[in-house]
Ligand binder design. Structure first.
Ligand SMILES: C[S@@+](CC[C@H](N)C(=O)[O-])C[C@H]1O[C@@H](n2cnc3c(N)ncnc32)[C@H](O)[C@@H]1O
Length: 317
């Protein structure tokens, strides 16, 4: 493997599960890869290094600021890197525009980047005060403030329950409706802290509500479902998909997708004869999700919840 984790450190960013992702994707010369969430380009750097001299990466991100960073940071790779502003849910379209019918690997490193979290103006962090924004793509219309101020109490309860698995969704939604309009991250975080005062907690009381709003603003689970489906068409036989998720909703979706697509018949169990005609198109490589080891966690505590799942495209029988 050409790239080491130090290569990435030198560039001021520690990609999560870096060596494991490279080990899973096995980049090689002449290969074509899609990094659907290029972020600061840490993983892509490794893929391009390991696929020297002529491997190529199509790098996508919803955040134009990320693409600007990567353009400078990975300028040395010249035309081997194709950067596009857009969602990985449209990866087939972007690949098609390059004339790529199939690819040799796909990486999705989900969620938000450290750059986004650290920028108060983006409104992702309840620790930093900023506008309630949370859009990955600043050209998109809907922001977190629209949801917080315009949804009904019932809709807020559903949102916090579904995307945040927040046990006190009702209390929080009711306090928001009583207090709104809310415009900043601190207004929302302080309101929630007041609502749940007392008790011992492992995480900040606003964690789940912020997660839920971010998922809803960016329609993250919908993008993941569509993106995963597209990989089935794009991956060449033997090519792999690697997905890093950061919470159980994403991980469950990936796990279930891999399970379904690695199974021939998916008829309900009461069917004696198969009528679905479904054929397995994937072989699951990681029977259990891979997690960062102690050394990585020490260097990068934010990697704590990361889980990597990998599957390989197989030929249809
Ligand atoms: C965890 S970071 C990726 C970090 C990257 N692997 C690295 O090594 O620097 C996730 C990135 O995915 C982007 N993103 C989130 N959802 C996306 C989507 N549906 N399509 C494209 N990019 C997306 C975010 O804007 C963010 O920059």
């Amino acid at each position: 493997m050409g790239a080491s984790i130090d290569d990435a450190h030198v560039r001021g960013h520690t990609p999560v599960l870096y060596q494991r992702v490279l080990h899973a994707l096995r980049p090689s010369a002449g290969g074509r890869y899609i990094d659907g969430t290029i972020g600061a380009g840490g993983h892509t750097y490794g893929i391009l290094e390991a696929s020297s001299p002529d491997g190529q990466v199509l790098g996508l991100d919803l955040d134009p600021a990320a693409l600007d960073v990567v353009k400078d940071r990975l300028a040395q790779f010249g035309e081997r890197l194709h950067l596009r502003h857009g969602s990985y849910a449209e990866m087939a379209v972007f690949a098609g525009e390059l004339g790529w019918k199939t690819v040799d690997g796909v990486l999705l490193d989900l969620g938000l980047s450290s750059m986004q979290l650290a920028d108060a103006k983006r409104g992702f962090s309840f620790r930093l005060n900023g506008p309630l924004d949370m859009r990955f793509d600043p050209t998109q219309a809907t922001r977190a403030t629209d949801l917080v101020n315009d949804l009904s109490e019932r809709e807020l309860v559903d949102l916090f329950t579904k995307y945040g698995e927040e046990p006190r969704a009702r209390q929080m939604a009711s306090a928001i409706v009583e207090t709104r309009p809310l415009h900043t991250t601190h207004e929302l975080a302080e309101l929630i802290t007041r609502v749940v005062k007392g008790g011992r907690r492992k995480i900040h009381p606003a964690t789940r509500v912020f997660q839920a709003l971010r998922i809803a603003v960016n329609e993250e689970l919908k993008a993941l479902e569509i993106g995963l489906d597209q990989t089935l068409e794009l991956l060449a036989p033997g090519a792999r998909i690697a997905v890093i998720s950061f919470h159980s909703l994403e991980d469950r979706l990936v796990k279930n997708f891999f399970r379904r697509e690695s199974t021939d018949c998916i008829c309900p169990p009461e069917h004696i004869v198969c009528t679905c005609g479904h054929q397995a198109r994937l072989r699951v490589i990681t029977k259990r999700p891979q997690r960062p080891d102690e050394e990585e966690l020490e260097a990068n505590p934010r990697a704590r919840s990361a889980r990597l799942r990998v599957a390989e495209r197989i030929e249809l029988a």
